[in-house]
Design a protein around this ligand. Structure first.
Ligand code: GLP
Length: 244
């Protein structure tokens, strides 16, 4: 793992932009694995700005999102599909046929199977990740097998609370209790992984991920085994690291 410690969220987002644009410039038809949550918001804003100002094109890019809430349709304002459109896709020249977010409704078993096939047919050049305060990546909660592929998950109470605080107007009853997520094996198959972690509430998960032993109880610790994993961490999230 290559650990880059930066001052704050803004610097983390700028650094992440460099990595992302590096991949796109090197391969204009790259397959990007994308993430949701509050962490990548500024990065997406910077990508939109870069597209507008510098003309970086997404015409040949394909995207594959990590996860989606179970039971929310794509046009629900809290769905991850909607999040991606409003935070990124609507202002890029991307072909929406090349945008993939797992569907959280309909025949879920079939959806998971199809998504796994899609990922097999379109190997990811980069997978962007945030991290949950309990160490989850995508929606792979503690206890998820490292061999897992796209599957339906039950969200932990802490994740539901975290996500209610930042989204859903703080209303915990509105947060779906289940989701569909790429599995850990799908994430590990990406050629490059870029994880961004900012803020005090990520410090314990980051310490366990980097300094701790590999365990399914800390899903992000699997990344210790990835050949090309970059972690961009701000000072607050890096606070407990031994190797600073
Ligand atoms: C959700 C997403 C994750 C994300 C995590 C952290 O659970 N499924 O992909 O990394 O939240 O969110 P935030 O970036 O808002 O802290």
């Amino acid at each position: 793992m290559k650990v880059i410690i930066v001052k704050n969220y803004e610097e983390a987002s700028q650094k992440a932009l460099e990595v992302m644009l590096g991949v796109i410039k090197n391969k204009p038809d790259a397959n990007l694995g994308l993430a949701t949550g509050s962490t990548p918001k500024r990065l997406y804003e910077l990508m939109r700005e870069d597209h507008k100002v510098n003309g970086t094109s997404y015409k040949k890019i394909k995207t594959f999102n990590l996860d989606e809430y179970f039971g929310l349709s794509q046009d629900h304002p809290q769905s991850y599909y909607y999040f991606m459109c409003t935070n990124l896709f609507n202002e890029l020249d991307i072909n929406m046929d090349n945008v993939h977010v797992p569907r959280g409704s309909g025949d879920i078993d079939k959806e998971c199977k199809n998504y796994n096939q899609l990922l097999k047919d379109n190997p990811l050049d980069i997978q962007l990740l945030g991290i949950g305060s309990n160490g989850h990546i995508g929606f792979n909660e503690p206890g998820t097998s490292f061999d897992s592929v796209t599957h339906k998950v039950d969200l932990k109470e802490s994740t539901i609370k975290d996500n209610a605080r930042l989204f859903f107007n703080g209303n915990i009853d509105e947060v779906p209790k289940q989701a569909v997520s790429m599995g850990i094996a799908n994430i590990m198959d990406a050629k490059k992984v870029l994880l961004i972690a900012c803020g005090e509430n990520k410090a314990e998960a980051i310490k366990a991920t980097i300094d701790g032993k590999q365990t399914i109880d800390m899903p992000a610790s699997v990344l210790q085994n990835h050949d090309d994993c970059i972690m961009i961490i701000d000072e607050a999230a890096a606070r407990l690291l031994e190797t600073r």
